[in-house]
Design a binder for this molecule. Structure first.
Ligand code: GLC
Ligand code: CA
Length: 544
């Protein structure tokens, strides 16, 4: 496989609204991010994936764009954006923009003009259909944010489709003019010197509405090939698609290099394992054997074809340490365990802001504390359907998106040092213990552990390119694997449980082991009878 810079890279995701507020209005902004570039450089990351900062009425916190070539005033100006790109570049960090082109905001001028009349030249930029004879919606497609995906537009007497909120009308990707507009806009950003794109819900752009098909429509891959050729193809940029429905077979269609589509995709098969029957609002406990089976499958299937994105959380998901570790007594230890497992796998690791200090879920007590449109919509839909308030509050506490969106905890100062004003969403009350300043001052620093993991990635090619070989595959509490390249053999062993246990790794008893990193300070390894304390994890180098 041809080697690319983004194989070696580690990506850090910033949710701008919640990262750092420079002017006291309670909303994180571009100048706040600029003030933290040294922090990110020291961590060692190569790329920032910036969630949307474009002009937007913020119905979905910026994933509803009203102008693609303007910055939302609450985030700053285009000059601030250019300065961020340049200052990041000086530190060896590239900025990956979030490309949201499945839909726009209903306040985008295209949509506003489309609404003027059925004959508007912009009408076909969106998807309109007549009502059924009885006045009802054209079909029963549901919005991903709850309720019907169809919104009646009284003035022009047709429905338009919105797979997300009604303020996020879907673009019509069957219209070549839409392709031209989007490609032109992407090239405009590429010319600004960005490092690539994260393509929001990109698997939906090939939708075939009248057949009720939303994800993975027939036109999807041809559209991506066309986009590749018209924009980022041959430009050595990182492109990562958000693809909820991807199987390994589908992921190869996107990311096999000879197909000229994307660098990689985010797959969510390991994530949805804690959703009962695929329903996010029915959280269930993690089944580690299943989790291992899924991740192992992805490692093996994409070994020589395509490329994995590695992540435990993002701005749509609960905090990793709360979901897969223990956010109580073992908060820092289990966070390091999770980091070891993720960064040891083959693929490009993504760190979500705050993960590097083991920030936790917030679990608000009152509904009013939640701000996320998806959470609030579903609270309404489900309680109206008979689910109890308590059950929905539990679900929001487990899987609601605001868990990831409370402000970044910089210090024990008021509002966690995120803002001088009142934050747009409450800070997690645990900021007095969980914050960057205290973490960095601690001998137990999670940030420094991430630094070490990133440094190891730069030192050992086997971490980036080595083969993945599962170890202790049948074990129901321990995740272990080898990464091998030529003579180099690295092994990761991680206890995913709060129990002490002993494992038999006698097949390695002829080897000697050098500890590269461990979350317990361990330096000796008795493979015949390897004792693991709760959440113990390490990466070692084996030699004969
Ligand atoms: C993606 C984003 C999410 C957003 C949705 C609609 O899933 O990650 O935050 O709400 O698309 O744009
Ligand atoms: Ca601000």
């Amino acid at each position: 496989m041809e080697q690319k810079w983004w194989h070696d890279a580690v990506v850090y995701q910033i949710y701008p609204r919640s990262f750092c507020d420079s002017n006291g209005d309670g909303i994180g902004d571009l100048n706040g991010i600029r003030s933290k570039l040294d922090y990110l450089q020291e961590l060692g990351v190569d790329v920032i994936w910036l969630s949307p900062v474009y002009q937007s009425p913020m119905d979905d916190n910026g994933y509803d764009i009203s102008s693609y070539q303007a910055i939302a005033p609450e985030f700053g100006t285009m000059q601030d954006m250019e300065a961020l790109i340049a200052e990041a570049k000086q530190r060896g960090i590239r900025i990956v923009m979030d490309l949201v082109v499945n839909h726009t905001s209903d306040e985008h001028s295209w949509f506003q003009q489309a609404c003027e009349s059925k004959d508007s030249p912009y009408r076909d930029y969106y998807v309109w259909r007549d009502a059924k004879p009885d006045g009802s919606a054209p079909n029963d497609l549901d919005s991903i944010f709850g309720g019907s995906a169809w919104q009646w537009h009284e003035p022009t007497q047709q429905y338009y489709i919105h797979l997300f909120s009604k303020k996020q009308p879907d673009l019509n990707w069957e219209n070549p003019k839409v392709h031209d507009e989007v490609h032109r806009m992407m090239n405009w950003w590429i010319d600004k010197g960005i490092g690539g794109f994260r393509l929001d819900v990109i698997d939906l752009i090939g939708k075939e509405i009248d057949k009720g098909i939303t994800g993975n429509g027939e036109r999807l891959h041809p559209l991506l090939k066309q986009m590749n050729q018209a924009t980022f193809g041959g430009k050595d940029l990182l492109t990562v698609g958000e693809t909820w429905g991807a199987t390994p077979e589908i992921a190869k269609l996107y990311s096999a290099p000879e197909r000229d589509e994307l660098s990689m995709v985010f797959q969510f098969e390991h994530i949805t394992l804690t959703w009962k029957d695929g329903d996010k609002w029915q959280p269930i406990a993690l089944d580690l054997p299943e989790f291992k089976r899924v991740l192992t499958k992805w490692q093996l299937e994409l070994a020589d074809q395509g490329w994995n994105s590695l992540f435990w959380n993002n701005h749509d998901l609960p905090r990793a340490v709360s979901k897969y570790g223990d956010d109580g007594v073992y908060r820092t230890k289990s966070a390091k365990m999770l980091a070891t497992v993720l960064h040891g796998l083959k693929g490009t690791p993504y760190i979500y802001q705050g993960e590097e200090i083991a920030m936790t879920n917030v679990k608000f007590e009152r509904l009013e504390q939640y701000k996320d449109i998806e959470s609030l919509n579903f609270y309404k839909v489900r309680t109206q359907a008979g689910v109890s308030h308590e059950e929905m509050m539990h679900a929001l506490g487990e899987n609601g998106r605001d868990n990831a969106r409370t402000p970044m905890q910089w210090s024990a100062a008021p509002q966690a040092g995120f803002t001088q004003g009142t934050p747009w969403i409450e800070v997690n009350p645990n900021y007095t213990e969980v914050n960057v300043e205290d973490d960095q001052a601690s001998s137990d620093s999670v940030y420094r552990y991430y630094q070490s993991l990133i440094a190891l990635r730069k030192r050992y090619r086997a971490i980036v390119h080595g083969d993945f070989i599962p170890v202790l595959e049948q074990h129901d509490k321990v995740f272990a694997y080898l990464r091998t390249e030529g003579e180099t053999r690295l092994m990761v062993v991680a206890n995913f449980s709060g129990e002490s246990l002993t494992v038999d790794l006698s097949e390695f008893s002829q080897s000697s082991a050098e500890a590269l990193l461990s979350n317990s300070g361990r330096t000796t390894f008795d493979f015949n009878k390897l004792e693991l304390k709760p959440y113990d994890a390490f990466m070692i180098k084996l030699s004969e």
